[in-house]
Ligand binder design. Structure first.
Ligand code: GDP
Ligand code: MN
Length: 390
């Protein structure tokens, strides 16, 4: 789960990480009032969406008067911002964060991620922070350094100082950065984060280091034990089909292809997507219906998959262990009849009660296209939906 910058900054404040003063507004008048309240003579108005790259897309504006704050807010709120992270469709901006502008003298990059290779939290830092960090990482990866943290002892002071020195800090700044890294590590670990990013980590004239931008993602599987984090979820930032699916206990991720997939088990769902891709097709989604797939669950899965207008054919791939093929078949027949589905459905069943399941599908006299194996099923759906144009 991702959160907004203003929420991440509040979280940082709780951990003693310095962030600019600011507040959230959903109208231009509220933005102007916040700026007047904050005082000073320079402010920054920032679009709040779950995507980076806002600066380059016109979603971050530094201004010098209250009237300009109002105009900046007016021009950002209600627009659809397209950044290199939003995809072509962009994201509707509903709120802006209004902050006192900081007098930035240098921009560093500081992040933490879980490195799958070492299976450990890893600190990533660079002296070349700011809006071109992706380019820096691509063109001169040597300018991005990383340090792996041993979970048994946490981030040690010498490691933080080493990182700070490696990105060109010296003197007191090294200790300030080390303190910030320690706080960030505690935040990452306490809140089951999967990624935190401060870009820029800014050196502010006369004020030391500050997190001028803040991005945090959390492990969804840990949200049950972190109610304070779970309530930060913004459903407006998520694919509505994914929100509905999670409400029905279905694990659904929307993709941009045309083959709808209804599968049990995350591994099999991945394998199914691979098989479709192998035959030259393109999956419209990842969908794991889970272990006990009741007819209601199957029905909901069809509703969600068919809610995607790009879907030309559906591949149902079930390997029944805990599930039973006859239950699945009943669910399929019920969904087909109740929802009057006209989209072609290719079905591949295997495992517990296979014969009983096949019998139910045969006797229904409905137009299921049966497949023997996953490979056969994938070939059939790609035949119907067409190959992905390259
Ligand atoms: P992003 O483009 O979505 O990552 O948004 P950021 O919050 O990182 O803002 C983009 C850029 O705007 C930063 O890299 C800064 O250069 C600039 N910026 C943001 N806030 C301030 C500020 O308070 N003062 C100044 N001078 N620049 C700022
Ligand atoms: Mn940024």
């Amino acid at each position: 789960m991702n959160i907004h910058e203003y929420q991440a900054k509040q979280l940082f404040r709780n951990y003693g990480i310095a962030v600019p003063d600011g507040k959230i507004a959903d109208t231009d008048a509220a933005a102007a009032a916040i700026a007047a309240d904050l005082g000073g003579d320079r402010w920054v108005v920032k679009a709040q969406i779950h995507a980076g790259g806002r600066g380059k897309a016109g979603g971050v504006k530094v201004v010098d008067s209250i009237d300009e704050v109002r105009r900046a807010a007016d021009s950002i709120i209600g627009t659809t911002l397209v950044t290199h992270q939003t995809g072509k469709g962009g994201r509707l901006v509903q709120r802006v964060l209004v902050e006192k502008a900081s007098n930035i003298t240098k921009e560093f990059y500081l992040g933490m991620v879980i490195d799958r290779g070492s299976q450990r939290i890893t600190v990533i830092a660079s002296a070349s922070g700011g809006m071109d960090i992706e380019e820096v990482a691509k063109v001169s990866p040597d300018k991005v350094i990383s340090e792996v943290v041993d979970p048994a002892v946490g981030l040690l002071d010498f490691q933080s100082r080493k990182i700070a020195a490696a990105i060109g800090m010296s003197g007191k700044q090294i200790f300030a950065a080390a303190k910030m890294m320690k706080a960030l590590y505690r935040c990452f670990r306490d809140k089951d984060a999967s990624m935190v990013e401060i870009n820029p980590l800014a050196e502010i004239d006369g004020e030391g280091l500050m997190a001028v931008d803040a991005k945090v993602s959390f492990d969804d599987n840990a949200l049950f034990r972190l109610s304070d984090i779970a309530e930060l979820r913004d459903f407006d930032e998520e694919d509505p089909k994914e929100v509905v699916a999670s409400g029905h206990g279905l694990n659904y991720i929307a993709l941009d292809g045309n083959v709808g997939c209804i599968v049990n088990g995350a591994g099999l769902a991945m394998g199914t997507m691979d098989a479709i891709a192998f035959h030259g097709g393109s999956p419209a989604n990842f969908l794991d219906v889970g272990g006990g797939a009741s007819p209601e669950k199957i029905g909901n899965a069809f509703r969600i998959v068919l809610g995607d207008v790009n879907v030309k054919v559906i591949l149902v791939n079930i390997f029944a262990g805990i599930n039973r093929c006859d239950w699945i078949a009943e669910g399929l027949v019920k969904a087909m009849q109740e929802q009057k589905i006209e989209t072609p459905i290719v079905v591949r069943l295997a495992g517990t009660n296979l014969e009983a399941g096949q019998k139910i599908l045969d006797e229904s006299k409905l137009d299921f296209i049966m497949a023997e194996t996953l490979d056969d099923a994938a070939a059939k759906v790609v035949d119907i939906a067409g190959k992905k144009s390259l």
